[in-house]
Each structure stands twice: as structure tokens, then as C-alpha cells.
Write a protein of this length. Sequence first.
Length: 379
Amino acid sequence: MTAQRWAWADIDRVALESNVRALSARIQPQQLWAVVKANGYGHGAVPVATTAIEAGAKGLCVALVDEGIELRDAQIDVPILVMSEQPSSQHLAMIDHRLTATLYNAETIAQFAHVARDRGVVTNVHLKVDTGMHRVGASLDGAVQLAQQIEAEPSLRLEGVYTHFATADLDGHPAASLQYERFWSIVDQLGQIGITPAMIHTSNSAAAIRRLDTRSTMARIGIAMYGIATNAETDSFGAPTDVSLEPVLSLKARVSHVRWVEAGEGVSYGLKRPLAARTCIATLPIGYADGVPRQLWSEGEVLIGGRRRRIAGVVTMDQTMIDCGQDEVAIGMEAVLIGRQGAEHISANEIALHVDSIGYDIVCGISARVPRNYVRSAN
């Protein structure tokens, strides 16, 4: 993909650095580990990781072995946690690339220990405990036994134990405090039998910002680092906070075609919205194959000339048509789908609300065929 394409994403390293520093200050003395899975939430895993580390992140978190290997191949040397169990066929690659495994099943623990033992190494692992999310993790009644199993394996070192909040961005929801109590009961039981992992962590972005757990030694910060609020409906992290974060990603395109369409005519597939008057229609060379949700056409807007412009018809695979009313628009003019232009701003969460989704989904969905430009703003 070349930079000449008239659709691209700008990734603001200054905003990212500022966010990491603000979040690190918020959670002190806990360490910040940057979550860079899913290609850095669509922002680019390697550039995001290196920038976050420069700004103070002490470790990284990924979802897949290949994501961790990509970071190691980029000469990134900080600890990297793979946040769920992986197939046994990938255990050797994890060990050889010094990726920290998450374990929570007895069979997987035995398999991973066997590979490490054959490799002649002692490798760090983290035990994940399911305290109520019910996605992955050791059961409450089995967690201590699994920790003992790990401790009994000479090739494994239980570096960490953790859980994940299901409702951290829902202010007043009782599940967060219940999960906290369940988790720390497990940690306390481990301490009573002499198992004291160095890394204890529960907090995702919302939990960290809201300081739901101040006892842990680290927090896993993902979406907040990218300047996107976890709760799209309230555009917040579940409660008021004094942490100031800036969006890191802007999605842009240039007008590639302009034509005036007569009143009564429709635009795009299905001709779903006939025009009330003769209208200037601007085409942007970006569509749902690039990550612009197809259903955004019904309510979505973009910015052209510093003004909000309604999407004129169904978003197509490669192009989106914009209703510019009676304004003259020229080929080459810049359009902003996510980001700021003049006094106006469109956030990932605004788009998410139009398509019944969340900001995570919007930025993660920006496809690989959209070039990422890494810039330094004047902020």
C-alpha cells in the first residue's frame, strides 16, 4: 500500500505519548502494560508499542502468538503477555520468543511445562482466574490447585495472577466489587500457602481510570491509551474522571469525484434516499472494505470544508457518497471520517452509536489496505 492512496489514517504519536503518561500517573505505583492486540486496535502494533514503551509502558499484552512474534521481530524486548491459552503446537514458539503464557487448565499447564523442560528453560507464566466474566480462566474452586501445579513444575515460574472485570465501565454495577472480592480472596489464599506472584493485575482501562483496584501491581491499558472511552453511550469510562485523553487516530479521505444530482434521484445501491433538491454529491474512495460500516449510511456524517455532511446513500465496498447540499466541493478536498476538522469533531464512539456498536469495533475494523501515517501533532 502506497501513501498516494486518497484514503488514510493518521496516527498521532504525541497524543499517544501524552495518554500513556497521563494513565501511568493515574495508576501509580502500578505498572502500565500496553494492550496492543488486534494490530494495536487498528493503530499499528509495532509503532504503538514502541511509542508506548518510550512513554513509560513496562510491558505489552497481546491476544495471539503471532502478534507477540511480530513485536519480537521488531526488536521489542520488554515482557509480552499472551492473554489466553494457546494451542500446544504454538508453545515452543512462545518459549523461543520469550512470550509470557497465560494458563488456566491443568492439561495446558502440563503441556507447556513439558515443552519448556525439553527446551531447558524456566519460563514465566501468569494464571488467569475467572471471577465472573465467564470467558476464560480458572474456576474459583480450582485456581489455588492450578497455582500449586504451576509452582510444582521446575520449568515454570508463576510470575503473575490476574482476572478481568466484566462491568468496569458501568458505574454502580455490583459485579465489579464482587469480582474484586473473589479475586483477592484467591490471592490471599495463595499467600497463606507461600505463593506470592510478583505481578497481580485486574484492571482494564475503565477499572484503572476509576481506581477500582489499588492493590494490584500492574494494569492492562488498551482502549484508553488510544484516547477512546470504553462506554460509547456515555462517551465515558463509567464515571467522571479528571484524566485528559486525546484521540490518537484520524481517518481521512480526499474527494475523488463530484457531480450534481437532480431532485428526486437516489444515490448508491437501492437508491434509498431520494434527494429533495438538486444536490452536490462528493464521492470518497473509501468504503466498507476499508472499515467504514455499511449501515453507517442511515445516520452517519463526515466532515468536508469544516462542516458536517450527511452520507448520501448506502456505503459501498470501496466508495462512499456524501451529500454536500448546495456547496461547491472540489476533487482533492480533504474529508474526515474520524477526527477533527475546524471546530467539528467525529469520534469513533459517535460512529459506533450510529451502528449499534462500540468504539473498539470501529477502530479495529479499519482494514490493512488503509495506509497508516505516523505523525507528530503540535499538541
